[in-house]
Design a protein around this ligand. Structure first.
Ligand SMILES: Cc1ncc(COP(=O)(O)O)c(C=O)c1O
Length: 449
């Protein structure tokens, strides 16, 4: 671990600069105390590095401008929801056209069929349903898994994140499953709903599944919410084999790992999930989620789901889910924005970003490392790759993280909050990446000095 005796001074200097250069954001943040709970539209926005959030004025492509006129290169990209770049033209055009012809009807549109086919082509699952968010896609997939298996629990990997899904905010305290620190109002003790094992621990996975009470494993194919923690060779085979053998459904959440390629990690690595969930970027930032089923699971579900007057109280779907606006946005985004060529560009830039960071880490001999999944890159404050979420979490350093984020913000770069992650969009340019490398190098020099 790098110890930086002058970190407090550096942080104070950056904080002072941030506050000086963001007077309008600061005033709005103060005013927001009157109309918004805790002064923010969403609870976690209180955690932005400057003490108050930057208020956005407008965004386009890989850039945005704040209400004080500061311009930024955006590597956060809405934590993936804007991985398409902000307001991509095909999506905006489709949304404008569709909005004039209806926004939400509780009726299907032809776009739903096209999107279902396209998701099937990309991910290899045959039948699809739509939601408004990835969180909801996960909730509904879990419910369906319980219904099919008749089992009460789910299994997740320690330090996972799948949106605000109650059952997933579980962690290990020694051998015990407990709620994640900060989990607000859990409905029941998490041990009642969830089994937890460490990522890459095939033995623990087998032992937990052997209880026979797990409906599904819900996992990202690579952990991306606690740094990027890759699977070790063979881990996905163990996971697939153990879930099949125990009659447990495997749900792969590709919401972030879509960054690996047009068909996500699943297509890149030939995974065979029973269900797949996704959201965020697939509609270019318009709220949309989707979840797909293997042929076998789809057939079984069609057998058990009620088709009579009980069909609308199943706890799945919602009035505005699968609305025609989201579907028009998904169609345009998948057809014209998140194309094979776009991914080639984005992944090349991801490699460039990774190389830039690695060179700085080497130059200043920092005990850190950089890791990448497709067009997503992350630096972590430990020398080598973690094997598990717990190891990655232990490398967290709130003060250092805050400094790097503030340092970058003050020099026109937005990183994904709460970890040091960057995402490339089709609109990101090599010069944007090189700006980050230069700023990161300056930060490293100051930290080392
Ligand atoms: C892997 C994964 N799944 C699901 C979600 C939930 O997405 P949303 O908050 O858009 O519902 C997230 C959010 O960060 C995520 O990282």
């Amino acid at each position: 671990m790098l110890t930086v005796p002058h970190l407090d001074d550096l942080l104070a200097r950056e904080l002072e600069r941030f506050q000086r250069e963001h007077p309008r954001s600061r005033a709005l943040a103060r005013e927001a105390q009157q109309s918004l709970l805790a002064g923010v539209p969403m609870p976690w926005m209180i955690r932005w590095a400057g003490g108050f959030p930057v208020f956005a004025a407008e965004a386009e492509g890989a850039r945005f401008r704040d209400v004080d006129g500061n311009e930024y290169v955006d590597f956060c990209l809405g934590d993936t929801a804007a991985m398409t770049g902000h307001s991509p033209e095909p999506t905006v055009r489709a949304v404008a056209e569709q909005a004039r012809k209806g926004i939400t009807l509780m009726l299907p549109s032809e776009d739903a069929l096209w999107v279902g086919r396209e998701l099937g082509r990309r991910f290899g699952l045959l039948r699809w349903q739509f939601a408004l968010t990835a969180t909801d896609a996960n909730r509904f997939a879990i419910r369906l898994a319980r219904e099919l298996t008749g089992r009460p629990k789910i299994l997740v990997f320690n330090w996972c994140y799948h949106g605000s899904v109650d059952e997933t905010f579980a962690t290990l305290d020694g051998e015990k499953v407990v709620a994640r620190d900060g989990n607000v109002g859990p409905p029941v003790a998490l041990a009642e709903t969830t089994r937890v094992v460490e990522w890459n621990d095939g033995e623990a996975l087998e032992a937990e599944l052997a209880h026979g009470d797990v409906a599904c494993v819900l996992t990202e194919p690579v952990l991306t919410n606690i740094g990027i923690v890759h699977p070790e060779p063979g881990f996905h085979d163990v996971l697939r084999e153990a879930t099949r053998r125990t009659g447990t459904l495997l749900i792969v959440d590709e919401t972030h790992t879509l960054c690996a390629g047009p068909g996500g990690y699943t297509a890149e690595h030939g995974l065979e999930p029973d269900m797949l969930t996704i959201g965020k970027a697939i509609a270019g930032g318009i709220p949309a989620g989707a979840y797909g089923f293997s042929a076998d699971v789809a057939d079984r579900l069609e057998e058990v789901l009620p088709r009579d007057e009980r069909a609308d109280v199943g706890g799945i779907g919602g009035t505005v889910a699968a609305n025609v606006l989201s579907l028009a946005a998904m169609r345009a985004t998948l057809a014209e924005v998140l194309t094979d060529d776009a991914f080639t560009h984005m992944i090349n830039l991801g490699e460039r970003f990774e190389a830039g960071v690695a060179a700085v880490i080497e130059r200043y001999d920092l005990p850190w490392h950089v890791t990448r999944l497709g067009c997503r890159v992350e630096y972590l404050f430990r020398p080598d790759r973690p094997r598990t979420g717990s190891q990655a979490a232990a490398a967290g350093n709130v003060e250092l993280d805050r400094f790097i984020h503030l340092y970058a913000l003050n020099r026109g770069i937005l990183l994904t909050p709460f970890h040091s992650m960057a995402l490339m969009s089709p609109a990101t340019a090599a010069a944007d990446v090189d700006l980050h490398s230069a700023v990161f190098s300056d930060a490293a020099r100051e930290l080392s000095g």
